[in-house]
Design a protein around this ligand. Structure first.
Ligand code: XMP
Length: 317
């Protein structure tokens, strides 16, 4: 019978055999799946695992530093590559959601390939693919209509001639979490909400700029911290703030303001395929609205998204 401990033991033994004395390269995202997969591989081959974690400029506030610190604690050999400026440059003038996804996906591959060329003796590519990704990549990219091109599955070109190592390929999310806890990965990492590959870029409606990214990072940070401190974070599937390309009039002291609007989104869901808007307490929403408007210069209005999926989607882009 399946237990996290037996899975870890068997998988590590299997990985040792499969990889031998070769090296593995892997893109890490800061998410649960890639962290758990990397930790398993690292248990098998130590620093012959070469992780790459890219700052694309649209991560959450301080995420790049925080996640690298966690990897260090887990003794993972991960290189942080700060490519923010390159991403902002490439995103300039792009307003269409799919065009933004494409730019980010392509640039990510470029950065990853550049790093992998420095390690040209590597033969294996590690990936945090889990069972639902395998299923979804068949249905999303199959005959049915593609609503949003998720680029986190099979996103790397096979021109790299690397053999895949996917230790979580047959696990469901709850099993991945149990394995992660068994491996000693901190519980706040394990219980993270899903976060899209294109990050805040698809929560900044329209054109992404560095300035807007900073604004949204600050508002999102206030929101997420408040969810945690009010014991609501683990009661929702996913939550985040969205920066609307709309300015509205407000009043601050005796000054007229004309600034951006932020929408807050929180949903409950089991698999992300359908979702209900979360009925967060009014008092909580009032608190977050005040905190954002009083602390984030450049935002003077906060609204709450009360649409469910379908017909809306979780992300706004
Ligand atoms: P939607 O907006 O389609 O989102 O209801 C469903 C889930 O997928 C995530 N999502 C993405 N994840 N790349 C990703 O890696 C993407 O382009 C992308 N778009 C949406 C979304 O955050 C939610 O968890």
């Amino acid at each position: 019978n399946w237990t996290p401990a037996s899975f870890v033991q068997e998988t590590v033994a299997q990985l040792k055999q499969q990889i031998g004395d070769a090296h593995v390269i892997m893109a890490l995202s800061g998410g649960v799946d890639s962290t758990v997969a990397a930790t398993l591989i690292s248990k098998a081959i130590g620093s012959r695992l070469h992780g790459i974690f890219v700052n694309n400029g649209v991560l959450r506030k301080n995420e790049f530093e925080k996640v690298l610190e966690t990897y260090k604690q887990l003794d993972l050999n991960v290189k942080g590559v700060d490519a923010s400026k390159t991403f902002y440059d490439a995103l300039a003038g792009k307003t269409d959601p799919e065009a933004k996804r494409k730019v980010i996906g392509k640039l990510f591959i470029d950065v990853f390939q550049e790093e992998s060329q420095k390690l040209n003796y590597i033969r294996f590519l590690g990936q945090g693919t889990i069972y639902p990704d395998v299923i979804e990549s068949i249905s999303v990219h199959g005959p049915s209509v593609t609503i949003k091109s998720h680029h986190n599955v099979g996103g790397l070109p096979d021109t790299m001639h690397l053999s895949l190592i996917e230790p979580l390929r047959f696990l469901f999310k709850d099993e991945v979490r149990k394995v992660g806890l068994e491996l000693g990965i901190p519980s706040d990492m394990i219980n993270r909400h899903p976060f899209p590959g294109p990050g805040l870029a698809i929560r900044i409606l329209g054109e992404v700029t560095e300035e807007k990214a900073k604004l949204l990072q600050d508002a999102d940070d206030v929101y997420v911290k408040a969810l945690k401190s009010h014991d609501l974070y683990n009661k929702v599937w996913q939550a985040g703030a969205i920066l609307l390309p709309v300015k509205s009039v407000g009043v601050m002291g005796d000054e007229r303001t004309y600034e951006y609007t932020v929408a807050l989104r929180a949903v409950t869901s089991v698999d992300g395929m359908t979702a209900d808007w979360a009925h967060l307490p009014y008092e909580f929403l009032a608190h977050v609205s005040n905190e954002i408007i009083n602390n984030v210069r450049g935002i003077n209005r906060v609204v709450y998204d009360i649409s469910s999926k379908p017909p809306a989607t979780i992300e706004w882009e």
